[in-house]
Design a protein. Structure first.
Length: 302
């Protein structure tokens, strides 16, 4: 069997996510970091759920726990990638850093980003349905940066709140589909440069290894050693996430199916739209870990 793992980013977290997840040591450690006894109850408060530090710590911890509980039931993946903060869990899943290190890095990443946001408040706006040239004109005209590229006509723009408001108004008038993401920082844009530098200092204190499986960074590049892994994790905070390239690189590995680990179905939906011949499902689709493993195992080589 050949499958790929995609680790979700933030923005689609919800109290009922991953209903099959057991409360193991990783989940307990995450709750301690968050200062909550029940993470599902905490997520029911939208203000708590949308705080950058809570979201990044929560999603990293849950993704690490979900894969730890699934891994004994399936073979190793053929390729791994993480979307935005999902890279922390992805790099752990690929053997670059251990789960404890990834969990501890999540609040440090969020803290570095929040310091930048305190000086220059911002956010993210998903825009689709416009030709690439019009999207670029919209971005430049509004004074925004390209935060994430999911496809030629599907992007996430980042920048100051007022600029995002203007861009959303103009894009909607032009017939685009717009979604303001539940993120309070202009992730993956130059507004986060200081956060990238700060996070790189934290990463320098953590033991890194070469990936044990094929790992793609948000830059669309394959990570081959510890040094490039450190550089990639820090740089993506302030650089465009080239997710379209990540998907193409994973497809080139000739995987038979794709599993999204995390909340919602955003990544699996994007994959299915782009590569309908290779099925993708999300962990959030299933009611038990055994059901997730059974779906993966059903796509074994004939």
């Amino acid at each position: 069997m050949s499958f790929a793992l995609l680790f979700s980013g933030q923005g689609t977290q919800h109290p009922a996510m991953l209903p099959w997840l057991a409360d193991d040591a990783l989940v307990y450690g995450m709750c301690v970091r968050l200062g909550v006894a029940d993470w599902r109850r905490a997520l029911a408060d939208p203000h708590w759920a949308e705080r950058n530090d809570n979201a990044q710590t929560l999603l990293t911890g849950l993704a690490l726990a979900a894969w730890a509980q699934l891994a004994p039931m399936v073979p190793p993946p053929a390729a791994v990638a993480g979307y935005s903060v999902g890279e922390l869990a992805a790099f752990s899943g690929a053997g670059v850093i251990d789960a404890g290190a990834a969990a501890a890095l999540a609040p440090l990443r969020a803290e570095a980003m929040d310091r930048c946001a305190a000086r220059a408040p911002g956010g993210l706006l998903a825009v689709s349905g416009l030709p690439g040239q019009k999207l670029e004109q919209l971005r430049i005209g509004a004074g925004l940066e390209l935060a994430i590229r999911n496809g030629s006509a599907s992007v996430v723009l980042g920048g100051p709140i007022a600029a995002l408001d203007d861009a959303e108004r103009i894009a909607l008038a032009a017939g685009a589909q717009c979604t303001r993401l539940r993120v309070s920082v202009a992730s993956h844009t130059p507004w986060m440069r200081e956060a990238a530098v700060s996070f790189s200092l934290a990463l320098a204190q953590v033991p890194f290894q070469a990936p044990r499986v094929v790992l793609f960074s948000n830059a669309g590049d394959r990570v081959r050693d510890a040094g490039s892994a450190r550089a990639a994790l820090a740089a993506q905070i302030a650089q465009t996430v080239r997710w379209d390239e990540c998907m193409e690189n994973i497809m080139a590995r000739q995987v038979h199916c794709v599993l999204e680990v995390g909340p919602g179905q955003a990544l699996s939906r994007m994959w299915n739209q782009r590569h309908p011949g290779v099925p993708a499902r999300a962990c959030d689709d299933f009611r038990s870990a055994a059901a997730v493993a059974a779906w993966l195992n059903s796509h074994a080589d004939p």
